[in-house]
Write a protein that binds this ligand. Structure first.
Ligand code: PRP
Length: 183
C-alpha cells in the first residue's frame, strides 16, 4: 500500500493501529504478571517512546511510576550515528527500584547499551527493557531484551511516535518511509 501527497511518501504499513493495540495489550499483561507488588518505574525514552508509553501504562493494572529520559542517537539522519547524547535526565531516584526502560525501537542497540550502563550505576533493584519494535542488528548487541513487541526488518519506519526529521510521530500506525524529502 502506498500513500502519496505533495509532502511525503509512505510505504507498506508494518503495524496497523489494531495490530499495535494487540501487541501493547499483550506486553501490558506480561509486565503486570511479572511486576505484581514490585511497583516498577517505567523509564521512557523521549521522544519516540512517548506514544507507546501512554498506551502501555493504560494497559497496566498494577501500581507503577513513570519517568523520562531524553536521549538522542539519530539526530536528523536515517541511520544510527553511534553518538548518544543525554538531553534530559530522570527526575527521580531509581536506587533500589525495579526499572523497566520503555523504548519504541531498538536498532543497533547502542542507545540501550549506553542507557543500561548509565542506569546500572544508580543501583536499581532490577533493570529490564520493553521495546515495541526490534530490528535485526539489536540481536547482536548482547543486551537481553525481556519484552519485545515485534521484530521488523532493517527498514526506516515512522509513525506511532517514530519520526523522520520530527515528522510523522502522530500517525496511529507504523509504516515504511519510502522517500526522504525535505519537509
Ligand atoms: C531512536 C529510538 C531509540 C534509538 C534506537 O531514537 O527511539 O532510542 O533511536 O537506535 P539504536 O538502537 O541504533 O541506538 P532517536 O535518536 O531517533 O530519537 P527520538 O526518540 O527522539 O526520535
Amino acid at each position: 500500500m502506498s500513500h502519496t501527497s505533495s509532502q511525503y511518501e509512505l510505504g507498506e504499513i508494518l503495524l496497523s493501529a489494531e495490530e499495535i493495540a494487540e501487541v501493547v495489550g499483550r506486553l501490558g499483561r506480561e509486565i503486570c504478571a511479572d511486576y505484581e507488588r514490585k511497583q516498577p518505574v517505567l523509564v521512557n525514552l523521549l521522544k519516540g517512546g512517548v506514544v507507546f508509553l501512554a498506551d502501555l501504562m493504560r494497559q497496566m493494572t498494577i501500581p507503577h511510576h513513570i519517568d523520562f529520559l531524553n536521549v538522542s542517537s539519530y539526530g536528523n539522519n536515517t541511520s544510527s550515528s553511534g553518538v548518544v547524547r543525554i538531553v534530559q535526565d530522570l527526575s527521580s531516584n531509581i536506587e533500589g527500584r525495579h526499572v523497566l526502560v520503555v523504548e519504541d525501537v531498538i536498532d543497533s542497540g547502542r542507545t540501550l547499551t549506553y542507557i543500561f550502563n548509565m542506569l546500572r550505576l544508580r543501583s536499581p533493584k532490577s533493570l529490564e527493557v520493553c521495546a515495541l519494535l526490534r530490528k535485526p542488528p539489536a540481536l547482536k548487541s548482547g543486551i537481553s531484551m525481556k519484552y519485545v513487541g515485534k521484530d521488523i526488518p532493517s527498514v526506516f519506519v515512522v509513525g506511532y511516535g517514530l519520526d523522520y526529521q520530527e515528522n510523522f510521530r502522530n500517525l496511529p500506525y507504523i509504516a515504511k518511509l519510502l522517500h526522504y524529502k525535505n519537509l
